[in-house]
Design a protein around this ligand. Structure first.
Ligand code: NAP
Length: 254
C-alpha cells in the first residue's frame, strides 16, 4: 500500500493542467482529493473522472485570491475527511503579459493576489489544522521565473519570488510541529499557460517549441513524491524538475 493511501489532500488550480494531473496522481495512490478552482464545471468533471477510475474526489469552487473562499475550502476538507494531510498551492496565472510602463495597476494587482497572496491564503488557512495534527505537507508550485527576470512577466516573476520566500518562512515556523512546507519548480510544462505565453510573442519562453515542454504528469508525480517520506530532506526548499538528480530520484526519465 502507498504511504499516501488514506490521506486527505486539496489541490488548487485543479480545473486543468498541472493541478488536474496532480489530483489524478494523488487519487491513484489512494489519497482522497478535493479539486479546487473557479471553473465549477471543469473541476466537477475532473472529480467525476477520478471517481470513475475508483478514486475518491470532490470538487469545491474557490478563488484563491479570496481568503474566505480558501478558509471555506480547508474547513470543507476537515469536515469531510476529518483531517487535511496535503495542500498543493498550484493555482496561478500568467496574464496580463506586458510591460510595466503600460500595465493596468488593478489587473497587475489581481495577478499577484492569485500568484502570491493565494499561496499565503492557503498556508494561513491550513497551518493551524496541520499544526494541531502535528503533521501535513504543503507544496507550493513555483517557477524558474522567481530567479530569472523575464520581459513582460513582472507580476509573475515578482510573485513567484515572493512565494518562494514564503515557503522558506513557513518552513521556519512550521517544521517544529511536524509540518513540511516545500516548493516545486516544474520547468516548462505543456498546459494552457504555455499556449498563452506562445501567443504573447514576448520574451524567449514564448519562442520555445511546444515539444520542448514536459507533460503535466511529470510535475504531478514530483508533487506526490514530495509528500512522501523519501523527500523529507527537501523541507523548506524549492526543488527544480530541471535538476537531473531530482528527476532520477523521482523516477522520471525521458
Ligand atoms: P493552467 O493550465 O493555466 O492552470 C492554471 C490553474 O489555476 C487552472 O486550474 C485555473 O483554474 C487555476 N486558477 C487560476 N486563477 C485562480 C484563482 N484565482 N483561484 C483558483 N484557481 C485559479 O496552468 P498550469 O501550467 O497548470 O499552472 C499551474 C501552476 O504551475 C501555476 O502556479 C504556474 O505558475 C506553475 N507553472 C507552470 C509552468 C508551465 O510551463 N506551465 C511553469 C512553471 C510554473 P480556473 O481558471 O478555473 O480558476
Amino acid at each position: 500500500m502507498h504511504e499516501l493511501s488514506g490521506k486527505a489532500a486539496i489541490v488548487t488550480g485543479a480545473s486543468r493542467g498541472i493541478g488536474a494531473a496532480t489530483a489524478a496522481e494523488l487519487a491513484s495512490v489512494g489519497t482522497s482529493v478535493i479539486l479546487a478552482a473557479r471553473s465549477e464545471s471543469n473541476i466537477r468533471h475532473n472529480a467525476q473522472m477520478i471517481r470513475d477510475n475508483g478514486g475518491q474526489a470532490e470538487a469545491v469552487t474557490c478563488d484563491v485570491s479570496n481568503y474566505k473562499d480558501v478558509q471555506a475550502l480547508i474547513s470543507h476538507c476537515e469536515s469531510t475527511f476529518g483531517r487535511m494531510d496535503i495542500l498543493v498551492n498550484n493555482a496561478g496565472v500568467i496574464e496580463p503579459i506586458g510591460h510595466l510602463a503600460t500595465s493596468d495597476p488593478a489587473v497587475w494587482s489581481e495577478a499577484t493576489d492569485i500568484n502570491f497572496k493565494g499561496v499565503y491564503h492557503g498556508i494561513r488557512a491550513a497551518l493551524p489544522l496541520m499544526q494541531s495534527q502535528q503533521s501535513g505537507t504543503i507544496v507550493n508550485v513555483g517557477s524558474g521565473a522567481a530567479y530569472s527576470a523575464l520581459e513582460g512577466w513582472s507580476h509573475y516573476c515578482a510573485a513567484k519570488a515572493a512565494a518562494a520566500m514564503l515557503t522558506k518562512c513557513a518552513h521556519k515556523e512550521a517544521a517544529a510541529s511536524g509540518v513540511r512546507v516545500v516548493g516545486m519548480s516544474p520547468g516548462t510544462v505543456a498546459t494552457e499557460m504555455q499556449v498563452l505565453i506562445k501567443a504573447s510573442g514576448i520574451n524567449p519562453v514564448s519562442q520555445l517549441d511546444p515539444s520542448d515542454h514536459i507533460a503535466p504528469e511529470w510535475p504531478a508525480k514530483a508533487i506526490v513524491w514530495l509528500c512522501t517520506s523519501a523527500a523529507a530532506e527537501y523541507a523548506g526548499e524549492e526543488i527544480a524538475l530541471r535538476d537531473a538528480d531530482i528527476r532520477q530520484k523521482i523516477g522520471l526519465t525521458d
